[in-house]
Design a protein around this ligand. Structure first.
Ligand SMILES: Cc1cc2nc3c(=O)[nH]c(=O)nc-3n(C[C@H](O)[C@H](O)[C@H](O)COP(=O)(O)OP(=O)(O)OC[C@H]3O[C@@H](n4cnc5c(N)ncnc54)[C@H](O)[C@@H]3O)c2cc1C
Ligand code: FES
Ligand code: FES
Length: 471
């Protein structure tokens, strides 16, 4: 199958391996060298490009790290590199960067310009905080981030695009010289692509399944780019997250960003945005999937931590047959789980919680943002007049697998919330876990962290009961 997409204003068709990285393809084949290879691990944003997809009659542009993205993900879409933003002259964003001294050696600059252009094209919320979040995945080693932030604030002041329809916004961005005029014709071109080519290729003897690729390309990028026989699992149905019979179904290919923007998820877990903001940078969240987070089986996987306390069930498909496994029974040992190699995780579901419940999430990492956890934990709790009627606590980074603290949860059920109860619960948790010393901290440190984080859950939810306690 040939891969067909628009790169900037040119139609591209290629028979290159679908697992080639988009970065390699645009640099080596298309000779667009503005996107740089910095870390090749999703950490620096030098390789950032926009990927625009037709959804509900409009194009949604997202910033992605092209170093971790398979070429197949571009199929049927519009890829924008820095070269596609300034065809004949510097764009307004570039001019302001120059004016504010926000570019020096220039290695990072294309990534910043692309990411901020993506923000202006597609963000619902045009606040300064969101604008800064949009470039949180970009690192500058020489200019310093203050001049970049100053440039961005100045542009936000100059650009008034609130309350415009997406077509009006596109036109305004063209008029302001933020994007070139050819963007106005891209929608027609995407529509005219023949009915979207299937995004799930199921060759029986495929050796890899790639969803977002944010973990696979970091771990096995070299091998993947040389593989011919790859199963690319990218299919996202229109009903990616839906409620049916009081169960919430999430397509495994839903990205972390779409998960956190879902009105259904926000209704169930109102703090999901804050939770997601601790999960990688926006370009990572734009690609990383819920299914990838589960099957990756990292002991500190954040979405898994949440799904464990929601008592989620996994649905696997395998050539027409379907199998269900409870997430809490899924992991068997470090990176070992109850899944046949040929099975694909198609979706995950949980019963929509009701009653007086709360979900609390705590994560400690070396940096507050954009870092994987040393220890994370989620608590789902239903209380009745400070008495716990139901509770589930998960813990990550304290064992070879993401854990549901079953004994701790059973102990807490039926108890009155108090400092004493939480102390006892923490002691039981300490017996359930098996932390090891590694780069993220010593076993003793992780044990102490979990102890404090369990207390933090309760202090956050019931500060009035813990006035005397300090963390
Ligand atoms: C810079 C950076 C920051 C990160 N930050 C975080 C963080 O804060 N928190 C966190 O939890 N993780 C983080 N991650 C890890 C990673 O992004 C997540 O685990 C992500 O959810 C993986 O999803 P993916 O779709 O990219 O998986 P992929 O890399 O595509 O796949 C991961 C594994 O799952 C398998 N797989 C994927 N989907 C399916 C499926 N449907 N059926 C069967 N097998 C499947 C793949 O074969 C592979 O073995 C980070 C990664 C990077 C590079
Ligand atoms: S090269 Fe650093 S994020 Fe891609
Ligand atoms: S200007 Fe040199 S790395 Fe940012």
């Amino acid at each position: 199958m040939n891969i067909q997409f628009i790169c900037n204003n040119a139609l591209i068709e290629t028979d290159q391996s679908p697992s080639t990285t988009l970065l390699d393809f645009i640099r080596k084949e298309l000779k667009y060298t503005g996107a740089k290879e910095g870390c090749r691990e999703g950490d620096c944003g030098a390789c950032a490009v926009l990927i625009g997809e037709l959804k509900n009659d409009k194009i949604i542009y997202k910033t992605i790290n092209s170093c971790l993205t398979p070429l197949a993900a571009a199929n049927g879409k519009h890829v924008v590199t820095i070269e596609g933003l300034n065809l004949y002259e510097l764009s307004l964003i570039q001019q302001v960067f120059v004016r504010e001294g926000a570019a020096q050696c220039g290695f990072c600059t294309p990534g910043f310009i692309v990411a901020f252009t993506g923000f202006l094209l597609s963000s619902y919320n045009l606040s300064v905080d969101e604008a800064i979040d949009s470039i949180a995945g970009n690192l500058c080693r020489c200019t310093g981030h203050y001049s970049i932030i100053r440039a961005i604030k100045n542009i936000l002041d100059e650009v008034q695009i609130n309350n415009l329809s997406s077509a009006q916004r596109l036109k305004k961005l063209v008029d302001l010289n933020i994007i070139p005029e050819y963007f106005l014709n891209i929608k027609n071109k995407l529509e005219s692509f023949k009915k979207e080519q299937p995004l799930t290729e199921t060759n029986d003897d495929a050796s890899f399944t790639i969803a977002g690729g944010t973990d696979l390309y970091v771990q096995q990028g070299y091998k993947l780019t040389r593989e011919k026989n790859i199963l690319i699992h990218l299919k996202i149905s229109d009903e990616s997250i839906r409620i049916s019979d009081n169960n919430c179904f999430i397509n495994a290919a839903v990205t972390i960003e779409d998960f956190s923007n879902s009105e259904i998820i926000k209704a169930i877990f109102p703090n999901v945005k804050e939770f997601a903001n601790l999960f990688g940078s926006l370009p990572i969240r734009n690609r990383a999937t819920v299914g990838g987070n589960i099957i990756n089986a990292s002991p500190i996987a954040d979405i898994t931590s949440l799904l464990l306390v929601l008592d989620a069930v996994l649905i696997f498909s395998n050539k027409g047959s379907v199998r269900e496994v409870k997430l809490s029974d899924f992991y068997k040992g470090y990176k070992q789980f109850d899944k046949l190699p040929e099975e694909i995780l198609s979706s995950v579901y949980f019963e929509v919680p009701s009653g007086n419940y709360n979900i609390s999430y705590e994560k400690v990492s070396k940096r507050l943002h954009l870092d994987i956890a040393s220890v994370n934990t989620t608590m789902f709790i239903i209380t009745d007049d400070n008495r716990i009627s139901a509770v589930r606590i998960s813990a990550g980074g304290v064992a070879p697998i993401p854990m549901l603290l079953k004994k701790t949860s059973v102990f807490l059920t039926g108890k009155q919330i108090s400092e004493e109860t939480v102390k006892e619960a923490s002691s039981i948790a300490a017996e359930e876990i098996k932390p090891i010393s590694d780069i993220r901290g010593s076993a003793q440190y992780k044990m102490l962290l979990l102890n404090r984080l369990i207390l933090a859950h309760f202090i956050k939810l019931h500060p009035e009961l813990f006035e005397e306690v300090t963390l």
